[in-house]
Design a protein around this ligand. Structure first.
Ligand code: SAH
Length: 392
């Protein structure tokens, strides 16, 4: 007889877990217990859910797995960044990156996370709280905040010419449980809890979140309601899937939005991001202008600087014209190089000159620090590279 495949509980919401409990003849509150066990306690297996009666536990374990994914490999950078290769039940894997001090990505985005980066500490309002969140700076190893970079698909279909993930092609979409599971696995390994420590999430790993929209959004809701990470500490980046930008603007619960601009005119963007032929700059910027921002929120535009391709003074002035009047900031990223990437990294002086042009035009512009380049953990380098393995 064929064994029934185990259904993974991770990825189910409170309603779905409650339905499972009720179907098994249990009271509805067992659903809440399952929800807490999966997302707060991060149980590895159904039989660890000790809040449930033994009989229900063993009944459940017959055809359900908890679904927490495994760490297949772990690479540690000299700068403290950790790149995890996280494996799922079918053998597929993605990368998830732990950045103990972030990468300056949240600076000036109008959020609490961004304010903390600018001021180097929590905002005053937070200091006045009766039970202030314990700062990660108090931990041994001394980091103040941490950012987890999460993948939304295995591989990617978008084919940006400067990105190593594109070389994998699209392998498959991740389920909501696989997206949430990456965060849980990293929190587990780093022994941190979002209830007491400051964790930011960026959906900027492998994949295009807006091409796996429903699963991505369900994962966001579970991360907020289940894991306890506020949406104001999350940012999703898109290559510019315009219809989904519109949908995203209408979501009740949503992260902040970052758009990968990466070129200042259609001719260049067509070349470096072929998706521009489907949704060009005028269409993309129109969607950005219509995007409903919350009070104090800002859009982020990311701009990968490619030596001699999109990094001139003229390009900087074109960016100013494109985004003038928008409540937005720009994050500049000097290309993280990689084998098979046909571009080079501009020198620091070009990066700074580009930044100055934008700043002088009144656009808050920040330079993203490359994190974990030595272990292929930086932006655009997630391609499951096998470099020196530190521990399994
Ligand atoms: N698919 C989404 C999410 C990935 S975010 C998106 O495109 O936005 C990854 C970020 O890293 C994007 O802003 C992308 O433009 C940038 N990036 C990709 N390749 C890079 C590279 N080689 N060096 C620096 N940044 C890169």
């Amino acid at each position: 007889m064929l064994e029934r495949p185990q259904e993974e509980l991770l990825g189910l919401d409170l309603q779905e877990l409650t339905a499972i409990a009720v179907e098994a003849g249990q009271p509805a509150y067992r659903g809440r217990q399952l929800f807490e066990a999966l997302y707060r306690q991060r149980v590895e297996a159904v039989d660890q859910i000790t809040t449930l009666p033994n009989s229900f536990r063993s009944e459940l374990a017959k055809n359900h797995a908890a679904g927490l994914p495994q760490t297949q490999k772990k690479f540690v950078s000299v700068d403290g960044t950790v790149r995890y290769l996280i494996g799922f039940a079918d053998g597929e894997s993605v990368e998830t990156v732990w950045m103990p001090e972030g990468d300056n990505g949240e600076q000036g985005d109008g959020s609490e996370a961004g304010e903390e980066e600018l001021s180097g500490g929590p905002p005053l309002s937070r200091l006045a709280e009766p039970a202030p969140t314990r700062s990660l700076g108090a931990r041994q190893g001394g980091f103040k905040r941490a950012t987890i970079c999460v993948s939304s698909q295995a591989g990617c279909a978008v084919n940006c010419r400067f990105c190593m993930t594109a070389l994998l092609g699209l392998l498959r979409n991740l389920s909501p449980g696989e997206i949430v599971g990456q965060v849980l696995r990293v929190l587990q390994d780093q022994k941190v809890s979002p209830e007491s420590e400051r964790i930011n999430l960026v959906f900027m790993g492998q994949g295009e979140p807006f091409l796996n929209y429903e699963n991505f959004m369900k994962a966001v809701r579970l991360l907020v309601a289940g894991v306890g990470i506020p949406e104001s500490r999350m940012t999703v980046s898109t290559a510019g899937i315009v219809p989904r930008i519109r949908d995203f603007g209408g979501e009740q619960v949503r992260p902040k939005l970052a758009i990968s601009l990466n070129a200042s005119n259609d001719a260049t963007r067509d070349q470096v991001m072929p998706i521009n032929r489907k949704w060009n700059l005028a269409t993309l910027l129109a969607a950005a202008r219509q995007f409903p921002l919350r009070p104090r929120e800002r859009l982020t535009f990311e701009y990968v600087l490619l030596n001699g391709i999109n990094d001139s003074e003229q390009n900087a002035r074109e960016v100013v014209t494109l985004i003038r009047g928008l409540n937005a900031k720009v994050n500049l990223i000097a290309l993280n190089p990689g084998p098979e990437i046909p571009f080079s990294t501009p020198g620091d002086e070009r990066v700074h000159a580009f930044q100055q042009t934008l700043i002088q035009a009144g656009i808050p512009t920040f330079i993203r620090r490359p994190r974990g380049r030595d272990i292929y953990a930086a932006c655009g380098q997630l391609k499951r590279a096998e470099v020196v393995q530190i521990s399994a």
